[in-house]
Ligand binder design. Structure first.
Ligand SMILES: [Zn+2]
Length: 330
């Protein structure tokens, strides 16, 4: 499915089979209209998984627009496999790639086993060994690019001009460490990746002990909240026309999440056991019915909130063997 959502900006719906996200939107931004479609330069924003089905959906969207892949440049909003999956394949066939400086490096790290071995170590810290989780069950691993990409690193304030648009690169770390968005000042338009979603809430995972990623995400929400925007084009679900309202909802959601986590950790509790007691909008009877990928995401989300509470002095943390446990401070 493909439709024009704004003048010269098209949304290609790429199904994500078996994934609760259901689909991702690739955006196509057209260049100079005086060119014939076959010669017209254009940008693609995000690609779908590294899978044949996603590739076909993307290519048929481009075909419907009469565009030629050889005239494309690719922008990747962030490292997640549903956004970066086809990057290496397109890159190898000559497509130039632009992505955030931090996430670009991480996309290349994802092609190495060492990246996923580190993630597997995190399963131990999170107490997920109980569930027998291994990285090869992680959807990020299954659908990520399999070879490194060459990319132009995007930084805050850089300008991308295409057709009638002049986009500014905006750093919005949080959902991933180097997530970027594209902002068009004249049209008050933002292509926002997974920073703000509606009606679902973006997953805020744990990315390392050196930073408080939830706090970073909340700061990025404030940054975008203060911007003059009429339309947010996200990567999943609904287009957002009232970003202030949606951001206020998301901020409140995390406040409630933090309170929920505090109410669970009245005694020392592991990350996995915290996640299993949190409320999830997922049709499963209980933790044992959670599909493995959802156990990863839920535990990552629990950990970002637990670490936030620990860093803010609202929870204590201890290590039992390799497993981290947290307890609310009273
Ligand atoms: Zn994402």
């Amino acid at each position: 499915m493909m439709k024009e959502v704004y003048s010269d900006i098209f949304q290609i719906e790429i199904p994500l089979a078996g994934n609760p996200l259901k689909a991702i939107y690739s955006y196509v931004i057209l260049g100079d209209k005086t060119e014939r479609p076959k010669q017209r330069v254009f940008y693609i924003v995000d690609t779908g998984f590294n899978s044949e089905a996603c590739k076909q959906a993307l290519l048929s969207g481009l075909e419907a627009l009469g565009l030629k892949l050889e005239n494309a440049k690719l922008i990747i909003t962030h490292l997640h496999s549903d956004h970066s999956g086809l990057a290496a394949e397109l890159n190898q066939s000559g497509t130039e790639i632009l992505t955030g400086a931090i996430d670009g490096v991480m996309i290349n790290n994802m092609t190495k086993d060492s990246y996923w071995e580190e993630l597997e170590k995190r399963a131990i810290i999170m107490d997920l060994e109980k569930d027998g989780l291994a990285f090869n069950g992680h959807p990020g691993h299954k659908y990520c690019p399999k070879s490194e990409i060459t990319f132009e690193p995007l930084k805050e304030g850089m300008v991308i001009s295409i057709g009638q648009y002049t986009f500014n690169v905006i750093d919005i770390p949080g959902h991933t460490p180097g997530h970027i968005a594209l902002y068009e000042n004249k049209h008050k338009l933002m292509i926002s990746g997974d920073h703000i979603l509606d009606p679902i809430t973006p997953n805020i995972a744990f990315w390392g002990f050196e930073s408080n990623i939830l706090e970073i995400y909340l700061n990025s929400l404030d940054k975008v909240r203060a911007m003059d925007i009429d339309m947010v084009l996200p990567s999943h679900r609904k287009i957002i026309t009232d970003h202030v309202k949606r951001i206020d909802y998301l901020k409140e959601h995390h406040v409630e999440r933090l309170e929920e986590v505090l109410s669970i950790i009245t005694d020392y509790t592991s990350i996995r056991d915290t996640a299993s007691q949190m409320h999830w909008s997922l049709r499963a009877k209980g933790w044992s019915d959670f599909p493995d990928p959802q156990k990863w995401f839920a535990s990552g989300e629990a950990m970002s909130h637990l670490e936030y509470l620990y860093i803010k002095g609202k929870a204590d943390r201890r290590k039992v063997g390799e497993i981290l446990e947290y307890k609310a401070r009273v």
